[in-house]
Design a protein. Structure first.
Lengths: 376, 376, 376, 376
């Protein structure tokens, strides 16, 4: 079955393995007329690239994207946009030791069960390099959303036990520290924690939070194609994600109705504080995280994804060989001690793909708007 | 866009409003030869039916299902299975006060924004009665899975702050208390808590946990159609769900890699302790919750859904009228002070639909198995 | 697999068997605000109803449709529209003789091979009564298209060897004769031909033509989701259809490029001859049948479906029993000697569903239009 | 909307323009374990390559395919298979004259209407070069089917008015003449006809026929996903196809039921004449073309696609400029005077993709077979 395909109107298909010839994606259904160049996509890819700090693998990939189709004279044409990154630094000899032994916390065993064999080089298709396709496609989706006044921004909310303090939330700080944390003090503590984990040949997880601003009310479809349901799938489809929340998430399960409900009010100001021609309805709080009944309510979408610790650790672990027999394994080679910092842009990408698709889908919900669209 | 449709091979389309003529579902793609009768489906519907206790609405619906197609001589034929429940007790006069006023925490406002108007009677399509279609379809999926040795069982893990104690986990207790909690003592505390909330005209949330046993390894598709991603969407598509976890969930984000990884071992016993002909690979722990790389690993699937408190509360709340103007609302009428107990079977239904679909999809992953299926 | 589902944005799922409890359809994704009542749908169903003439079966079904959901205060709400027709006159004793014997030209044998057994009563799911669901859904699609200035009209082009003469094409005549032929003289000859076939215990095929007017240019998606490709699938999915043509069809394969190409010109008049504010591009001829590169070109869509003769004939035919052994069969009971007249409305229904879906899908092709849709 | 995507379980997404950087396809959902190399795919691409004869364009493209993913140690892994052909000989200066003028019979006008502008170089996305992606994917599908005992073979049935004579049908001849016609004498006449058309600066259409052998009974899903309906869409999605037939096609509409029905019989021999262990059911004739009720009946699938004449002709044609004003155009440059010979392999490709997808989908139709698949 075709698991590498995502979306309905804005559809993507990703491909590629860690140590194959390259990684890529085709974006089918992007509206015509969007200004797009390789540099727009590269900017996103650079944020997930290895070698950015001592907490990311030293693999020296340039990860340069090439756009092969769908753009003419600087604008998208409506045709599929094929993008690819050729693999350069493959060092497949590093991975000989995992050919026959199942790494705990990885997909080696399940791939073998599912397919009868696997491309064991660097995890093959189940490698984190798979996300290159997501990020390239997500860059297109972000650009599309931007032309519609919608922004998507993610950051690290926690590293292990260390959580940001919203009282000192600083959006500019996100771009200053290697964890993409909006709190310099938390980032410093995270760095100390990570150093310790590395020394202990261990690894660390964390939580990424994502905020989508400017989405009009009415996006998301009742019942199964709810906006939050789509975002949940998008997030949990990212390797290593074990949990998802929207708005207050699990905390809502412990709250009272009177605390959790967001009352409505009227305002005569927009989000920037400028006066509006007409009063509009706003929520006084945002416990719901921007959706009601699975449909965007005009306030910020706020969601979180929980990442497990990097499963590749240098300490010895119990495992078995595919040829039979119990054994131990110590994972060598280049591995980030934490997935989170490089996953921030992946979260943005998946959120953008999901929101952009549902936004386009929402255009057919009202006959009056369809009639006016077609000038009837 | 068609948001009431779910699944790829085992596809369902639900329909119906709280106060319309009825609620129903069509299940398309159920394999032929499955013994099925209305009583099998009714058993599941009875678990979500109102009026089971003082914590569920007093609405006296029989919620009797009728199977209209797809079954012949007691077995499914491979044709679509249409099932419907006619609405009986509609009392639409109860809902006059919400015609023009947006209830906080409900989808009234977003439906109006999306569609231009709405069926305001009892929430219309966004009512919890919508889940009748899910549960009827889920009953079919559960029955299908059972013939393949797979069981799906959910229960209440927490009510507000009150959580079950796994040390005293008793599966039989699930069927004894009104919360479907596997811990009698926790259930008793939950009851006291709920009584208090009701007296305070307030409401309560909770967490439902679901375990799927007997699923073979290899189910779920890499990248976007991962088993856990599908389950995340399934859960968050249920009204009031704000969070999802698989395995250790958010706790994994705080754990170390050495704690979170599940080592592999060989065993010569099956789950019931009977000797096996051939040693098989098992995980020594199950922090992953039954998936690796989004593919089932042969251990139990364990997932959780966080439900927010019932948004309908009798205390006054700030809101606005669709005609303009701020106002207050006190929700009258029949409302459960907690959604969780009746949602337990909805969680089972959505889990079963998702797992059954991906199980069928997994049949085409290996050429050798396809060749042997077709006798080539 | 889910074969009874059709469409992407405007999605339908049909259900029901010839001699089950009923036949129905759910339409998911119909835009909100469309005025709709049972009488609108009934009008279409009445055109496919048995018992309209001596050339249609005498089965006295009222075929009354009931709308169960998705309509509130006379307008669609955006929620799924469930429609059903209960079976009344089932006389299942008529069909005992086909329980174990495969009728030539029917799906008895292939259903048994596919599903292991079948509902043999009146053909079960493969009965022509299955089209009730298509027609009910198509009625909704036609109504939606009408509000957008698009009409869908089909008629009988040929009955056996007898073809209409376009020189005497009379649209009003379609509604006057029992074949829905736009040529009274051809209809008279068809009637004589049919009487002869019935006397010979034989049956007859024919061709239905369908014209869609008012479709804007730009509908249909390049490569696989071309407008004509979608229409081809729609037509051939109707039982008994063996061929499809758009525009000149097979005749184009015998023509020269210089004959087949439609030159472009400018016009200052609309189709009704009224002056336009601005000159517009038109094709001087319409050999293409309204599409270029699979995208509507603003001229009339013209397509044809070839129907085989009714397979149920009273003459003896060679066949085999499912229990083993060769035998002969004479089909008794009520059978139209020609499928075509009752299929005319089915062709309209399938064309409308296809065009409406692609029309909605076409709304996301241009960024400038999307920006203006969302007021950005 | 995503029109370049095809299939459900075996899914493909094609990309690329005539004069962009290249053309390609990703095949998602191919079962693991299929032996595959670039030479297998190249063999199919070579059959659609330009420059094979004086009736095909002289464009000297090598059209060399590169497989970028999804194959490891010579076998498919179950991961997406990305294949691409880089464009070499682009000569875009040839196409300057069509930048602002709409070529009759081409998609120039409709692309402009749909997208607001277009890549005019060589037709951009609507060029026949788009079929490279289809053929590469089809090569994989053909190879998959072959391992299951199923062959797909197409040939030219007619060129303009010249049709093959089935009495002198010679399968080996298909590979000897430049038209892929199984009748040497017809091919000779076709060649003379084409020479004349070229001299007259005109072009010619034709019909391609395709036969699929070895398909088991039971493939295809009732109602909308019928095997023949899928094939109809597959064929009509190919540029220039204006008609589709299965079995007797339009001739069936003129036949009697007693002629058109295929009687059943029992045989103790297989198709090669070898004795069978058990008698099996066969049809005595094959007017149906291999399907009954849209489901394969175990006999050969026989289908036809009608191709219009090449729209690019050197004679002057009436047209308009996108800037306004009527004008004339004479198409210069390299153009086949007939599309058919190079389209034969495209027909095979699309038939194979469709059949392979429905074959995989058919695996979930019977519970007993699913139980035995999973060893339950």
């Amino acid at each position: 079955m075709a698991g590498s395909t995502y979306g309905t109107l804005l559809k993507v298909m990703t491909w590629g393995e860690s140590h194959g010839k390259g990684i890529g994606v085709v974006v089918d259904g992007c509206p015509a007329g969007l200004p797009l160049s390789e540099s727009h996509v590269q900017e996103y890819l650079d944020r997930r690239k290895p070698g950015q700090s001592k907490f990311t693998t030293a693999r020296s990939e340039g990860d340069r994207v090439e756009i092969l189709s769908g753009v003419f004279e600087g604008k998208t044409t409506g045709a599929p946009i094929a993008m690819e990154v050729r693999n350069m630094d493959q060092r497949s000899h590093d991975y000989g030791n995992i050919m026959d032994v199942y790494r705990p916390g990885h997909a080696d065993y399940t791939f073998d069960e599912k397919y009868g064999f696997r491309d064991y080089r660097g995890g093959g298709r189940s490698s984190g390099r798979e996300t290159i396709g997501r990020v390239a496609a997500g860059a297109v989706a972000c650009r599309l959303l931007k032309t519609l006044g919608i922004s998507v921004g993610a950051y690290t909310r926690s590293v292990g036990e260390i959580e940001i303090d919203y009282a000192s939330f600083d959006p500019d700080e996100i771009w200053r520290n290697r964890f993409y944390m909006p709190d310099a003090e938390a980032a410093a503590r995270a760095e100390a924690c990570l150093e310790k984990r590395m020394a202990e040949k261990d690894s660390c997880g964390g939580v990424v939070e994502c905020v989508i601003r400017g989405l009009p009310a009415g996006v998301g479809e009742p019942v199964f194609e709810k906006l939050d349901a789509g975002l949940a799938k998008a997030m949990v489809s990212i390797g290593a994600v074990k949990g998802f929340e929207i708005g207050d998430g699990f905390a809502a399960a412990r709250a009272r109705g009177s605390e959790n409900n967001d009352g409505f009010a009227l305002t005569a100001r927009d989000q920037e504080g400028n006066p509006l021609l007409k009063e509009k309805i706003v929520k006084k709080t945002n416990h719901s995280g921007g959706t009601l009944g699975g449909i965007s309510d005009g306030s910020d979408l706020v969601l979180r994804a929980a990442f497990k610790p990097t499963p590749s650790i240098a300490s010895p672990q119990s495992t078995v060989s595919r040829k039979g027999g119990e054994t131990e394994i110590c994972i060598k080679g280049r591995h980030d001690p934490i997935i989170v910092p490089r996953a921030v842009v992946v979260v943005e990408a998946m959120a953008a793909l999901t929101v952009a698709d549902l936004l386009l889908l929402s255009m057919s919900s009202r006959l009056d708007r369809i009639q006016s669209f077609f000038g009837r």
